[in-house]
Design a binder for this molecule. Structure first.
Ligand code: AMP
Ligand code: ZN
Length: 136
């Protein structure tokens, strides 16, 4: 359940130090070393799964419940004005550490952080083509 050369497995085993803000038998939540904003944290399962594709369903439901609980707590403690919950899968999607993690990013009015995608403008026909591919 631990993968050699995985930085987050090493954090979980204590081989590499981290700033832990929460821990239970399944998860550890640490502060990100290169935070987007004050309090940016990462939820890490204690077992190694590369991404959401690999994460067992039960863990996936546990992680979203934990994200909600921590988001409420962090909003109270940090007095932030909003929150981004982000989770990247695969290099092309911006994943750089291949041990599943969920970003908890407190947002503050005027924090200057930009976490946006470029909005497209597909035609109704194009949207319908995609809908058919996915839904049918
Ligand atoms: P992602 O790009 O979604 O894979 O996110 C990986 C995150 O892990 C980045 O935000 C990094 O700043 C963070 N990170 C990398 N190494 C460490 C570390 N040793 N301790 C805490 N956070 C880390
Ligand atoms: Zn790992």
């Amino acid at each position: 359940m631990k993968q050699d050369n995985c930085i987050f497995c090493k954090i979980i085993s204590g081989e590499i130090p981290s700033h832990t803000i929460y821990e239970d038998e399944k998860f550890k939540i640490i502060l990100d070393v290169a935070p987007a904003t004050r309090g940016h944290a990462l939820i890490l399962p204690k077992s190694h799964y590369a991404n959401l594709y690999e994460l067992p369903e039960e863990m996936a439901s546990d992680v979203i419940k934990l994200a909600k609980k921590m988001m409420v707590k962090m909003t109270d403690k940090l007095n932030c004005d909003g929150f981004n919950v982000i989770q990247n899968n695969g290099e092309v999607a911006g994943q750089t550490v291949f041990h599943f993690h969920m970003h908890l990013i407190p947002r503050y009015k005027d924090d200057g952080e930009i976490l946006k995608y470029i909005a497209g403008s597909p035609s109704g026909e194009q949207l319908e083509q995609i809908r058919k591919i996915i839904a049918e």
